[in-house]
Design a protein around this ligand. Structure first.
Ligand code: K1U
Ligand code: ZN
Length: 179
C-alpha cells in the first residue's frame, strides 16, 4: 500500500504559468463563479503557490489564463495572511492613496497610481461563505489592482497618456528578443 505519511499539501500544489501583457485574455471580463468545488479549491492553492513563488502580493485568475472572478492576496511581510476572494466587489470606498504599483503580467514596469485608500469588499471565501472585508492602504490597493484584472483593466490604464506610453516603451525594451 502507498505510504502517504510524508505527503504534505505543498507536494500537490502546482506552479502555474503567469500570462504576460499583451495576452488578449488580460483584457476580458471574467465570469462569476457560481459554486465552490474541489477544482476551485485546488486552483486557489495553486494560485497562492504561484503568487508566493513569483514573488508577488496578489494574483488574479486571468493572470493564469482562467477567465473567472477569483483573486488571492497576501500583503503581509511573512506571507502568513492569505486572503482568497471569489466574485469580489468594492461596495464602499473613501480616501485617497498613491502607491507605486507593479504587475506580474508586466514585469519590470512600475508606476504611481492613485486609488481610494479605504474600501469595503464583498465576496465569497473559499468555504463558500459570503463575507465583507474592510481593507486599507496597501491591502486596499492590492485588492483593487486584482479586481481590475477581473474586468480586463491593467494598472497602466490608470496612467495619463504620456506616462502610459513611457511605461509600455520600457516594457517593450525589456521584453525585446535579441536577434
Ligand atoms: O496582480 C499582480 O500583478 C500582482 C502584483 C500586485 C500589486 C503590486 C503592487 C501594488 C498593487 C498590486 C504584484 O505582486 S507585483 C510584485 C510586488 O509588488 C511585490 C513582490 C514582492 C514583494 C513585495 C511586492
Ligand atoms: Zn497585475
Amino acid at each position: 500500500m502507498a505510504n502517504f505519511k510524508n505527503l504534505s499539501i505543498y507536494d500537490t500544489m502546482e506552479k502555474l504559468d503567469i500570462v504576460l501583457y499583451p495576452e488578449p485574455g488580460l483584457r476580458e471580463i471574467c465570469q462569476p463563479i457560481t459554486e465552490m468545488n474541489d477544482d476551485i479549491d485546488k486552483l486557489i492553492d495553486d494560485m497562492f503557490y504561484t503568487m508566493y513563488d513569483a514573488p508577488g502580493i496578489g494574483l488574479a485568475a486571468p493572470q493564469i489564463a482562467v477567465q473567472e472572478r477569483l483573486i488571492v492576496v497576501d500583503v503581509s511581510e511573512s506571507n502568513n495572511q492569505p486572503i482568497a476572494l471569489i466574485n469580489p466587489e468594492v461596495v464602499q470606498s473613501a480616501g485617497e492613496i498613491t502607491w507605486e504599483e507593479g504587475c506580474l503580467s508586466l514585469p519590470g514596469v512600475y508606476a504611481k497610481v492613485k486609488r481610494p485608500s479605504d474600501i469595503l469588499v464583498r465576496g465569497m471565501d473559499r468555504e463558500g461563505k459570503q463575507i465583507e472585508l474592510e481593507a486599507n492602504d496597501l491591502l486596499a490597493v492590492c485588492i483593487q489592482h486584482e479586481i481590475d484584472h477581473l474586468n480586463g483593466t491593467m494598472f497602466i490604464d490608470h496612467l495619463s497618456g504620456l506616462k502610459r506610453s513611457r511605461a509600455l516603451q520600457k516594457y517593450r525594451k525589456l521584453t525585446e528578443q535579441p536577434e
